[in-house]
Design a protein around this ligand. Structure first.
Ligand code: HEM
Length: 229
């Protein structure tokens, strides 16, 4: 099948899964913003998702997207290195006008993956997994608001999350327009427009996550004023 066997097919798979993951992040960010204003409303959403069958199906779909995206990233990187052969080591000058992020997509991807494991442990494990397995990790599995307060109230986690978000920002700003290029955006004008659109979109998205981390790290989220645990 060309999607797996050809180089362009594999790039299409990376682009489509990457864009689907950005759509998930958009939903996730919107949900997190609610926590800034009301812990009760945030926990209502957590309860609605919980460990219901539709949330479990969505999680499995999301995991499949992430695994495909990561496996293809390794295949494409290995393939590019083989194609370049010894040249990779012979050339020491950095090519002009090549972004730092574009040369380090795999490294950024690995930092993001490590951060994701930490994040899934802090939230998914203590919430969805705890509900499925029937244990509680300090708070009720549906009390996402309490887990947010605990996680970002710890300065070590707050700093690690900020580093993680910066790495995701670099990865996505390059990934977005690279995906558009693979999926056929052509012509200098549209190419530049998509680059700007992608940059603004991804920056707003990551600022959305950052605001939540900082608001709870510095205990200044409006929702904290009327929260009693
Ligand atoms: C302010 C930052 C963030 C907060 C407060 C937050 C909060 C949460 C919470 C509460 C859950 C558990 C949901 C549940 O199991 O019911 C969760 C799951 C998850 N988060 Fe985040 N998150 C943040 C940032 C991110 C970022 C930047 C990413 C991606 C790179 C991410 C990826 C995920 C994934 C993949 C899951 C598992 C989703 C699922 O079970 O379907 N999160 N997050």
């Amino acid at each position: 099948m060309w999607l797996i066997n050809s180089s362009i097919g594999r790039k299409v798979v990376m682009s489509v899964t990457g864009i689907a993951l950005i759509l998930f992040l958009t939903f996730h960010c919107a949900m997190n913003i609610v926590a800034l204003f009301s812990g009760k409303a945030y926990n209502m959403i957590c309860e609605l998702l919980g460990a219901n069958w539709y949330a479990i199906v969505a999680t499995l779909g999301l995991a499949a997207l992430a695994v495909i995206h990561i496996v293809f990233a390794f295949i494409l990187t290995a393939q590019n290195r083989t194609a370049r052969g010894q040249e990779r080591y012979a050339v020491t000058d950095k090519p002009a006008k090549v972004e730092w992020a574009s040369q380090n997509m795999l490294v950024l991807g690995i930092i993001i993956l490590l951060g994701l494991f930490l994040h899934l442990f802090n939230f998914w494990y203590n919430m969805m997994f705890a509900e499925i397995m029937g244990f509680t990790a300090g708070h009720l599995p549906s009390d996402g608001f309490a887990f947010i307060i605990d996680t970002f109230g710890n300065p070590v986690f707050a700093v690690l999350y900020v580093i993680w978000l910066v790495a995701i920002w670099f990865h996505l700003t390059h990934g977005f327009w690279s995906a558009m290029q693979t999926l056929g955006v052509s012509g200098k004008i549209w190419f530049n427009r998509w680059r700007v659109i992608g940059f603004i979109y991804v920056t707003l998205l990551m600022l959305g996550f950052l605001v939540v981390v900082l608001a709870f790290a510095f205990k200044c989220a409006p929702s904290l004023c009327c929260y009693a645990s």
